[in-house]
Design a protein around this ligand. Structure first.
Ligand SMILES: [Zn+2]
Length: 103
């Protein structure tokens, strides 16, 4: 089951560590496009997890600082809706442990 292996590999890479889809694609040697479905699946499977969750640091426009907070998709936006600039930082992913004592 190669798919399961890739997913586990991605999870292991972003636990307590932050990476973009591009970072992951280079380490695992799959295309960036292939990384997103795995991340979506990880996000979904961790939604009901009591110990950890997928944290997404949203994309940001390099020119005006607009933050894509409302964005649902995990891919990088191509252009800023505010200033039309095309330099956008990619979203950064990590898996964080939920600290239940602080909730
Ligand atoms: Zn902008």
């Amino acid at each position: 089951m190669p798919e399961r292996t890739i997913r586990q590999e991605i999870m292991a890479l972003i636990v307590d560590s932050t990476m973009t889809a591009k970072d992951l694609s280079q380490i695992i040697r799959i295309s960036e496009k292939e990384v997103y479905p795995h991340l979506e699946h990880i996000a979904k499977s961790l939604r009901n997890d009591k110990e950890k969750r997928l944290v997404i640091e949203p994309s940001r426009c390099y020119q005006c600082g607009f933050i894509f907070k409302e964005r649902r998709r995990l891919t990088s936006p191509s252009r800023c809706p505010r200033c039309r600039h095309e330099g956008i930082s990619p979203p950064v992913f990590s898996i964080a442990k939920i600290n239940r004592s602080s909730v």
